[in-house]
Design a protein around this ligand. Structure first.
Ligand code: SF4
Length: 206
């Protein structure tokens, strides 16, 4: 259902709260009204037009509204308060277990997937999960020959839609597979600020 239509229906019946609080009611109410219309298609268009032109998001033009006499929000003077502005959706929390794998002065890097957060950028080998994982679970998922894995730190990074909790680990490996680079030779690799942060913090302990 068009957002303009929902806004008209919310004001027409003076429904408090956000539009998303009344989804079922909107469908039921629209159904009722359409059944009473002689020409349902024209009625639907008129409702959309009313929301787009007269009962607008900012300031509804009640003085020129054809349904003003029947509108509860108008009668109670609440047309400017309805609907309540939508709350931003809560951020989802994800856990990134980043393991800084060292071989001599070099660290192992991998590329992130082509889609999604920080797509195609570089990072230390990372296991993502919806909760904090044990070192054993991380090692198992990474499937890398690791020695002496230990936790360095935890920090949070906020993106528009996510709260990313970074669990930074360090380990050694004798493997030669993958991309190995010296820590002072990463400037040409696209990398998120969060991953640079993880690596810079780790640099302090070198
Ligand atoms: S009277 Fe005002 S609030 Fe009610 S439907 Fe018309 S424009 Fe919207």
């Amino acid at each position: 259902m068009d957002g303009n239509v929902k806004r008209v229906l919310a004001r027409f019946d003076a429904l408090e709260g956000e539009l998303r609080d009344h989804e079922k009611r909107f469908w039921a109410r629209a159904g009722e009204l359409v059944q009473q219309a002689e020409r349902p298609g024209v009625f639907n268009e008129a409702l959309m037009e009313l929301g787009a032109v007269v009962c607008t998001k900012g300031q509804p033009k009640c003085s020129s509204c054809p349904v003003a006499d029947l509108c509860k929000a108008r009668r109670t003077g609440k047309q400017d308060e309805i609907p309540k502005p939508a709350r931003p959706a809560p951020r989802m929390t994800v856990h990134h277990h980043a393991v800084i794998v060292r071989r001599g002065k070099k660290i192992l890097l991998e590329r992130r997937p082509e889609r999604g957060l920080w797509s195609n950028m570089w990072q230390p080998p990372t296991v993502e999960a919806d909760r904090a994982l044990t070192p054993r679970a991380i090692r198992k998922t990474l499937a890398l020959p690791l020695e002496g894995m230990s936790k360095k730190r935890t920090f949070e990074h906020q993106t528009t839609h996510r709260r990313v909790v970074f669990h930074v680990y360090e380990a050694r490996s004798k493997s030669r597979r993958g991309t190995w680079r010296a820590l002072n030779d990463l400037s040409d690799l696209p990398m998120s600020n969060a991953h640079r942060h993880a690596l810079e913090l780790d640099l302090i302990t070198i």
